[in-house]
Design a protein around this ligand. Structure first.
Ligand code: C2G
Length: 448
């Protein structure tokens, strides 16, 4: 009996895939199909696969061509599979010609002609491309603009900026719309990415939603809990997606850490402590600039509060904000610490722009703790540590683009499906806005 194996993502299964499977099957008597797992696809740069692993497996099963379906989860697995399943022939489309010659040390390698004129990317690109308008300081928007180029189905339509067009970074020149008018940008866009000063978020998000545009707004999306609720209600009313942007939520390591903590790996969670600081203020810091730049709590607060609220919830009993303000600008906190007291747990965040501290995250539990080294907000690594070091576990997950490109993928998916796939829950956004409100009105706040 000749045993054949082939691999693929098989997203939006099409005629090209089916022809490949038919010919693969005809090469032998028994066909095993390896469908790539979501993580493996991510790590090899395929980030906007549309269907879930289950859907893709089901589609391959439904062809009736596979005798067995397995999941491809890691680099190098093909050698393992070929040995384990006693494979005689490995086959794949000719777009991979030469790439798998190394497998001929284990079995015969056959490249089958790829079917011309059809591909998953092409099917995906027929779905309408989202025109993304961006608002904010051009140099701040560069990273997001660059990351969006890794995602199919979206293109930067324009930028709304206060500065003169001649001073725009190279990457933005030649965009269909470069304007100082927010209204004009709205007209040219299907969806907005807002990275303007937080004091302007509410009005800008509101105007975009009123105009029926989808919005991804960098956190904090609003500076009071009421305004935040209002915006989400408006989004629902208008049938638009509103997502609050916190890129860390989309880092695989962070997301896995949440799941491990919630599944009881460190026992009951008793404390969450997160620190985020940066020393250098990127731009010149005259009083004028200070006014326009994000203070510590706006800049870092949402990220630092994210693990607190996602692990302990938003029903704290007490909170204290301790802030140290800049002499040049009484609204600019150079450093803030917030303590939260829950019925059976506690949390603290420390944020600073102009003060430096170890930027780690520690989640303490009754059986052990999770330690994420600095800078925890863009990490690919964490440890679960126990009293007995022999039981410690280390976890690595590749992080591309600091999470931003996965955030964009989630935004597009939400738009397409008509319901939010955000990793930042609405109640978390509301709690963040509530803390901002208390900070600006000096409730529960001490200044030092
Ligand atoms: N294919 C084809 N004709 C097309 C499109 C795809 O013959 N028009 C083949 C591919 O060459 C591949 C299989 O169908 O053999 C699955 O294609 P994809 O889902 O795009 O998967 P791919 O990324 O090529 O995965 O490590 C090798 C990969 O697992 C193959």
């Amino acid at each position: 009996m000749i045993r054949v194996i082939t691999y693929g993502t098989f997203d939006l299964l099409h005629y090209g895939h089916i022809r490949l499977l038919e010919r693969a099957r005809a090469l032998g008597d028994y066909l095993i199909v390896g469908v790539t797992g979501d993580d493996f696809d991510k790590s090899r740069g395929k980030i906007n696969v549309q269907q879930s692993l289950m859907e893709r497996v089901e589609a391959v099963r439904a062809t009736g061509l596979a005798d067995e379906i397995i999941i491809e989860e890691y680099e190098g697995q093909k050698i393992d599979d070929i040995r384990r399943y006693h494979i005689d022939i490995f086959t794949v489309g000719s777009d991979w010609k030469g790439k798998f010659d190394y497998l001929s040390a284990y079995c015969k390698v056959v490249y089958l002609d790829r079917t011309e004129g059809i591909s998953s990317s092409e099917i995906r690109s027929h779905q309408r491309e989202i025109r993304l308008g961006m608002v904010g300081m051009p140099e701040d928007l560069l990273k997001f603009h660059k990351e969006s180029s890794f995602v199919n189905g979206v293109k930067t339509a324009g930028i709304c900026t206060e500065g003169p067009a001649e001073e725009l970074p190279e990457a933005f020149r030649g965009l269909p719309c470069v304007t100082q008018s927010y209204q004009e940008l709205l007209e040219q866009s299907d969806a907005l990415y807002i990275l303007s000063h937080p004091s302007r978020h509410y009005e800008q998000v509101r105007a975009a939603l009123e105009a029926g545009r989808h919005v991804l707004c960098e956190a904090p999306a609003a500076l009071t809990a009421k305004q935040c609720r209002e915006l989400f209600a408006l989004a629902r009313e208008k049938g638009c997606i509103l997502m609050e942007g916190i890129k860390t939520a989309y880092s695989t390591a962070y997301y896995r850490l949440l799941l491990l903590a919630k599944s009881g790996q460190i026992g009951k969670i008793v404390s969450v402590d997160a620190t985020c600081t940066r020393l250098a203020e990127d731009r010149s810091s005259g009083p004028e600039q200070l006014n326009r730049s994000w203070n510590s709590l706006c800049d870092w607060g949402p990220t630092a509060m994210l693990p607190v609220f996602q692990l302990l919830g938003t029903e704290w009993k007490e909170k204290q904000i301790i802030s140290h303000f800049s002499d040049a600008d009484p609204a600019y906190d150079v450093f803030s610490r917030i303590n939260f007291v829950y019925p059976e747990a506690t949390a603290s965040i420390k944020v600073g722009k102009g003060v430096k501290a170890e930027g780690d995250l520690i989640v303490s539990g009754t059986r052990g703790y999770i330690y994420v080294p600095a800078p925890w907000w863009k990490t690919d690594y964490f440890e679960i540590r126990y009293e007995n070091p022999a039981e410690n576990r280390r976890y690595f997950y590749q992080l591309d683009g600091e999470g931003i490109r996965y955030e964009i993928v989630a935004f597009l998916k939400s738009i397409e499906k008509g319901r939010s796939s955000s990793y930042v829950e609405e109640e978390v956004s509301e709690a963040i806005a509530g803390v901002m409100e208390d900070f600006y009105s000096r409730r529960d706040t001490r200044t030092i």
